[in-house]
Design a protein around this ligand. Structure first.
Ligand code: FEO
Length: 394
């Protein structure tokens, strides 16, 4: 069902109610693939949808205009959830019609769809008249793909922001003023799992846009709700999240084989809490990695526990560390602990990963053989007190 987001500009995208795993990110409500139809002298479609949803997109467009009357398409970046539907949409509306994209987009779309599309590269800053409106293009390389760009409509003060400022949220409520603050946890999770590693670029981009004096009344991302009431709210949140100033909060994230590492995790958590620090124990198999990552975003201490299995890390711990390292969280204290049977490499391996993320390590890590006894529990308390003191800057 198309929704008007500004005068004669419609969200004709689709809701994917059933997706629950978006390349390793849990999407509990599903998501949307937003696409925007601009009705002007040159009828323009900004982005398409994931392959398999093209018919829904065409139906939504048809409620406004015959899709064959679309004159041009803009592809803000080449990822399959937005560009997967391009070949079929262009086949339907006319393959000779231009698909405008960034210079990197030209390269990337060519690598996906060699020769099938009439690709036209636009320059950074280039303007394009649609009749009563003028669009301009702003390259946003690596936010979050090499070819990403924003498309801006100056008459409507409207930014088509591609993946930036999006959320994996599915609902009939499509605007910030309708959903209210309930959208922010979805926006935060999206940032923590998709954009965190590009935080320095986000800060530069916000500065650049501020210097350009770009007026933004509405932000239309490619996923989730449209920001029309207060777009500055999500921009401010992006600046805060990008600065990564942590709260005095610890996460004790662990897996366990025969409950010994779990007993250590609970004792460490209790002792950190007893020092007045906000702390949360997280069993990795009870919380999806993408939800853990959302909590990592503003935590100060990341305490990781793993048993040693086959001379290595427990596989779930390894999975989480690999995922976290890729997202490049900053300004963290790190600590490692775990129970072991005979070789006990896990703690050292965790520390290596935390050091690779430039975390400030609490050393030494804490290893306990087999089941922690009274002395082992006391060691956990002492370890926790060191972590709490580091969080509190003591
Ligand atoms: Fe929503 Fe980068 O695709």
């Amino acid at each position: 069902m198309p929704v008007e987001v500004a005068n004669n500009i419609y969200n004709v995208g689709v809701i994917d109610w059933n997706i629950r795993d978006f390349h390793g990110y849990s999407t509990d409500l599903g998501s949307t693939y937003n696409a925007f139809l601009i009705m002007d002298e040159k009828i323009t479609l900004v982005d398409t949808v994931k392959h398999g949803f093209e018919d829904q997109l065409l139906r939504n467009i048809s409620a406004i205009v015959d899709p064959k009357k679309i004159d041009r398409v803009i592809s803000n970046h080449t990822e399959m959830d937005h560009s997967g539907g391009l070949p079929r949409i262009m086949h339907y509306i006319g393959e000779t019609k231009p698909v405008y994209c960034s210079k990197m987009g030209f390269k990337n779309l060519s690598l996906h769809y060699a020769g099938k599309l009439n690709l036209q590269a636009v320059e950074n800053g280039q303007e394009m008249s649609l009749g009563s409106r003028t669009l301009s293009f702003l390259e946003t390389r690596m936010l979050h793909w090499p070819d990403s760009m924003f498309t801006y409509c100056k008459e409507d003060e409207l930014l088509f922001s591609s993946d930036a400022f999006g959320q994996h949220y599915a609902g009939y409520e499509m605007f910030d003023d309708v959903v209210g603050d309930a959208i922010m946890p979805y926006a935060k999770k999206y940032f923590a799992n998709i954009l965190l590693l590009y935080a320095p670029l986000i800060l530069k981009l916000v500065e650049q846009v501020t210097q350009m004096g770009l007026k933004i009344k509405t932000i239309c991302p490619d996923h989730g709700i449209i920001w029309r009431k207060d777009p500055s709210k999500i921009i401010r949140a992006y600046v805060d999240w990008s600065n990564q100033i942590p709260l005095n909060k610890a996460l004790v994230i662990y897996d366990t084989m025969w409950h010994s590492t779990e007993h250590m995790a609970e004792t460490i958590s209790d002792a950190i809490a007893a020092k007045g620090v906000d702390v949360k124990p997280i069993h990795i198999r009870s919380t999806h990695r993408s939800d853990i990552m959302t909590q990592v975003l503003d935590a100060k201490a990341i305490v990781i526990g793993s048993p040693t299995l086959n001379n290595g890390l427990y596989p779930t711990v390894s999975d989480l560390l690999t995922y976290m390292k890729g997202l490049k969280p900053k300004n963290k204290i790190g600590a490692a602990f775990g129970s072991y049977g005979w070789s006990g490499e896990a703690v050292k391996l965790i520390q290596q990963e935390l050091a690779a993320m430039n975390f400030s390590l609490i050393e030494p890590g804490l290893r306990i053989q087999y089941v922690p006894d009274k002395t082992g529990m006391a060691a956990c308390v002492e370890f926790a007190e060191k972590i709490a003191a580091a969080i509190q800057g003591k």
